[in-house]
Design a protein around this ligand. Structure first.
Ligand SMILES: NC(=O)c1ccc[n+]([C@@H]2O[C@H](COP(=O)([O-])OP(=O)(O)OC[C@H]3O[C@@H](n4cnc5c(N)ncnc54)[C@H](OP(=O)(O)O)[C@@H]3O)[C@@H](O)[C@H]2O)c1
Length: 241
């Protein structure tokens, strides 16, 4: 049975990811702030374990037992969409978390590479390819970079995986999944996966339902052939139209 660790599990996408993984006979440990406990939703599931803590306050030592023997680590973290979440601390919520978990995985020197799956955004380019978005999009993103710390955090988290973990790390493989505009749907529907955005992210955005994003992230964790297709890349997900 695969052992997974999720941060951001209490978020709108994170909850759907937990539910999807539990259906697939996966062991799920979620690090969740006390105020956002998922115990009432998943408590009766034998494969659900919850650690009540804020990932930002956990030390490397506290993370060690959670990452030991872990096959897949997911981040569905995102800044809360209120003034404090957008402009307050921690500004590097996602980046610092990905860096911290990577550091702990490195210290564990696992026999098998750990898979890290980051929920990212189409607003971020994959500079490995490199992508060249339309000028109008680049202009707006440059402004967002100045005004919105969470956007910079999303960019830096993926940049860390791209440039510091890279393509041939001894202990870590990664995928940064990029949804477009997130929507809420009740069920998984058909979706498309692309190497790069096929639409203008600002002026012609597509939809990516959270349940589809969760489904794709769970598929990546379970299906090793699918993992090999996308490892070290930043796949874009759109609902099929
Ligand atoms: N909105 C869009 O259209 C869109 C499009 C593409 C990508 N994205 C990206 O998708 C990601 C997830 O989106 P979502 O809507 O599923 O997120 P969400 O519902 O806002 O969930 C955010 C998660 O992060 C946790 N979190 C926030 N601040 C925290 C802190 N200071 N310390 C510890 N945990 C913290 C939240 O915990 P609590 O429950 O305890 O607050 C929650 O679990 C975000 O990175 C976002 O940038 C969004």
């Amino acid at each position: 049975m695969k052992k997974t660790l999720i941060v951001g599990a209490s978020g709108a996408t994170g909850k759907l990811l937990v539910a999807d993984l539990l259906k697939r006979d996966t062991e799920v440990t979620a690090i969740v702030r006390t105020t956002s406990s998922l115990k009432s939703t998943f408590e009766n599931h034998p494969n659900y374990h919850e650690v009540s803590a804020s990932i930002t306050e956990m030390s490397d030592n506290e993370l060690l037992p959670l990452l030991k023997d872990c096959d897949v680590v997911f981040s569905c973290l995102g800044h809360n969409l209120n003034f404090r979440g957008i402009f307050g601390q921690p500004k590097r919520l996602v980046t610092d978390t990905i860096e911290k978990m990577s550091r702990v995985i490195e210290s564990l020197k696992p026999d098998k590479k750990v898979k890290v799956i980051l929920m990212n955004t189409t607003g971020n380019c994959n500079r490995d390819i490199p992508e060249k978005p339309p000028l109008s999009q680049r202009f707006v993103i440059a402004i967002l970079r100045l005004l919105l710390p969470p956007h910079v955090d999303n960019e830096q988290a993926a940049d860390f995986l791209r440039t510091c973990i890279g393509q041939s790390h001894l202990f870590i493989e990664w995928i940064a999944v990029r949804p477009d505009s997130l929507t809420d749907e009740m069920a998984v529907s058909e979706y498309e996966i692309h190497q790069s955005p096929t639409r203008n992210v600002i002026f012609n955005a597509g939809s990516s339902s959270r349940i589809n994003v969760a489904n794709f992230m769970a598929n990546l964790a379970i299906d090793s052939e699918l993992w090999d297709v996308w490892k070290g890349k930043m796949p874009v997900i759109y609902n099929a139209v």
